[in-house]
Design a protein. Sequence first.
Length: 281
Amino acid sequence: MHFFSKRTPLRLAVLGSIALLSASAGWAFGIVPADRPNEYLKWGASRIAGTRGGVVTWGFVAAGTPGSGLCGDYCIGQSLAALPHFYASPERDNRATPFMLRSLQPVFQEAFDAWSAVADVEFQFVDVGASLQAIEDPSVGLPMIRIGIWRFSGLYAYFIAGAAFPPRLKNTSDMGFVFINSNVGFQLSSRPENARLQDFPQGGGLHMTDLHRLALHEIGHVIGLAGSDDSDAVMWRGNPTPALTSTHRWRKPRADDVAGAQFLYGAARRPAAGSSSPGSR
């Protein structure tokens, strides 16, 4: 049986009812307002639009990290060590193999680099956290963005992934989160940029999400972008119908994505000597 999993921004319990603002005229990106005028949920010392994001650390949570009520059905039980439904050669066969947590590092590194290439925010990998403390435990400290694999359940059992917006939403912790669903299928497409992605492996199987595009999309949420109304954007909110929509191999932010990231952080610039140290906000 084929399962189609639709990507959606994470609806965490702590989000409650949030007001998403549409972009300025001519753009379709969405951002999340903070408590004061012209302030938004973003990284950096200031929440004012167009201010730099500083250096944001990121890493993975080790297998066995307990979930919590913060993420509900997105983090039931404990985090996992691998994505079990990874299709390494979907053009030839439908054999699925585990894709280990550590193997996600270069995938996410490339995606973080792609965002920092267009906006004034930097990212630094710190490692796989082995504390095994609850996912949102504020005593953990670094990394500021925590990424883990979980088995989604309930109504979200076949959603692809979820992300929490940047820190201090509803006065919560100074961390961002990405949750990847182990129930669904994945691939690392080798097709050219802008090529249509293969939906299912040869011989049948789960619908496959390209891990590069997944990382790019979820990081967009974690840096403060909501869904976009532009179907040509990485941050496109998706088709509101259950129909399977064609997706393409994108490994860089598109025009609307760049506009959104630069609205929040300004354009990318070469870091000066003595730039912000990890952990600065």
